[in-house]
Design a protein around this ligand. Structure first.
Ligand code: SAH
Length: 264
């Protein structure tokens, strides 16, 4: 019987941000294949002595699948450690299909995505009552073409929160597309580089007009999340609509309204 292969989300970089389940799997792994520099700390910190640990940065997808398959012949448990959550820009299905074809069992353990870690680093919320209740996770077109209807201008037209992955070197495109969608030059934009990395995180706050020059000045050109959202800066706004969840007039499953129950 071959062993099982676990696709584990390592979280955004801080080794403390892996899930308890992910950490336990690393502690019991016979072999670990990790995705580049973003997650090596978790791999080396939690994997047991004698565990084979391999960086996948110089491997093709075919080589990765072959490696995972061969290690599953030797160990009961093999971990493929990925940045953030494995279901976002992680080539997950490309890797799992050869495993299924080879009759090897696999499962996915979710992780804290860099989108969430970036908002957390800056003390921002991605949703806010009566401002936006929707988050779009996307990227601009690089070598991977965008499917029809998903160009950033079309998505940005909704004026919701946009978490833009893999696009820090394409900030000029982000600016162009948001302008096309009617975002103002003074719209706030947040860039977080290496969110959650101890001692290495950089938070850049700017506007649609100046975010590119600010990032250039601070040499933020890789491993960065771009967040465009009408919620940015809300911590300092003078007025805020209250979330219904915590509104004393709103009754929900766990709490009865305490005042003006007829208005809830
Ligand atoms: N699966 C990952 C995303 C992988 S794609 C996740 O859920 O986060 C790689 C992109 O993710 C990078 O180009 C960058 O946009 C973003 N990213 C990954 N780690 C990051 C971090 N610690 N801080 C900011 N952005 C990060």
């Amino acid at each position: 019987m071959p062993g099982k292969i676990w696709f584990v989300g390592a979280g955004p970089g801080d080794p403390d941000l892996i899930t308890v389940k992910g950490r336990k799997l690393l502690e019991g792994a016979g072999a670990v294949l990790f995705a580049g520099s973003l997650v090596d700390q978790a791999a080396t910190q939690y994997a047991p002595a004698g565990c084979e640990i391999r960086d996948s940065k110089d491997m093709t997808l075919e080589e990765m699948s072959a490696w995972l398959i061969s290690r599953s012949q030797q160990h009961a448990s093999v971990v493929r450690l990925q940045t953030g959550d494995p279901g976002l820009y992680g080539a997950l299905i490309e890797m799992t299909r050869p495993l299924t074809a080879a009759g090897i069992e696999w499962s996915v353990v979710p992780g804290v995505s860099s989108a969430m870690a970036s908002a957390a680093a800056a003390g921002e919320t991605l949703t806010l009552p009566e401002v936006t209740q929707t988050v779009i996770l996307t990227r601009v077109e690089g070598r991977t073409p965008m499917p029809a209807g998903e160009d950033l201008a079309a998505l940005a037209a909704h004026k919701t929160t946009l978490c833009i992955f893999l696009s820090i070197t394409l900030l000029h495109k982000v600016q162009e597309e948001l302008r096309r969608a009617g975002w103002a030059d003074d719209a706030p934009i947040l860039v977080v580089q290496k969110a959650s990395w101890p001692g290495e995180e950089k938070i850049v706050r700017g506007t649609l007009a100046d975010i590119k020059s600010k990032c250039q000045a601070l040499k933020v050109a890789s491993q960065a999340m771009i967040i465009a959202s009408p919620t940015l800066g809300a911590a300092d706004w003078p007025d805020l609509a209250r979330s219904k969840l915590y509104d004393p007039t709103f009754t929900h499953r766990f709490r009865k309204a305490t005042e003006n129950p007829h208005e809830s």
